[in-house]
Design a protein around this ligand. Structure first.
Ligand SMILES: NC(=O)c1ccc[n+]([C@@H]2O[C@H](COP(=O)([O-])OP(=O)(O)OC[C@H]3O[C@@H](n4cnc5c(N)ncnc54)[C@H](OP(=O)(O)O)[C@@H]3O)[C@@H](O)[C@H]2O)c1
Length: 163
């Protein structure tokens, strides 16, 4: 079986991803896409992102990065470094799902990014997705989703591939 490392993120025009430990928007079709892409695979997240979700994501292997050896949660594998996660990830698809610290650390290792570019600029964000180097990444696919009754902002689903 092959081994793939991918990343999934939703960010505003300036790369903001979070505020006060939470997602700053509620976009049902984005959550639906997140669920369908990650279901059945492994998700890797930082301890703060896990805290904000509050429980393991069903139907996925949940790996949480934390340097606190006393941290544990039923149904979750704690890993104390990205290197340990890479060693454990022998096969299949691993999704890096955030937050800011984990995106920053894992970006050099991933081959694909599924981004949701949200058409807004947040005020007061405190977590960020790194700016992608246009020499290293190119857009494979882009799909627009307009603003509507259920979505307070318009957004684009964008698939990036390593050049
Ligand atoms: N928009 C999106 O797509 C998206 C996705 C996910 C999260 N978010 C948002 O992002 C924010 C959280 O991001 P964040 O940057 O503050 O925190 P984070 O990346 O979720 O978690 C940081 C924690 O991860 C652990 N950690 C970090 N690097 C590590 C390493 N190399 N080895 C081992 N452990 C490591 C540490 O845990 P310990 O302190 O326990 O050691 C650290 O405190 C929230 O607002 C969340 O809602 C947004």
């Amino acid at each position: 079986m092959s081994r793939e490392l991918a990343l999934i993120v939703a960010h505003d025009r300036g790369g903001a991803i979070g505020m006060h430990g939470q997602l700053p928007w509620r976009l049902p079709d984005d959550l639906k896409r997140f669920k369908s892409l990650t279901m059945g695979h492994t998700v890797l997240m930082g301890r703060k992102t896990f805290d904000s979700i509050g429980s393991p994501l069903p139907g996925r292997r949940n790996w949480v990065l934390s340097r606190d050896s006393s941290w544990s949660y039923p149904g979750v594998v704690r890993l104390d470094s990205l290197e340990a996660a890479m060693q454990l990830h022998a096969e299949g698809l691993l999704w890096v799902i955030g937050g800011g610290q984990i995106y920053q650390a894992a970006l050099p290792l991933v081959s694909r990014i599924e981004a949701t570019e949200i058409d807004t600029t947040l005020d007061g964000a405190d977590a960020w997705f790194p700016r992608l180097d246009p020499g290293l990444w190119h857009v494979l696919h882009r799909e627009h989703h307009p603003r509507d009754d259920r979505h307070e902002y318009a957004f684009d689903f964008v698939r990036w591939s390593r050049s």
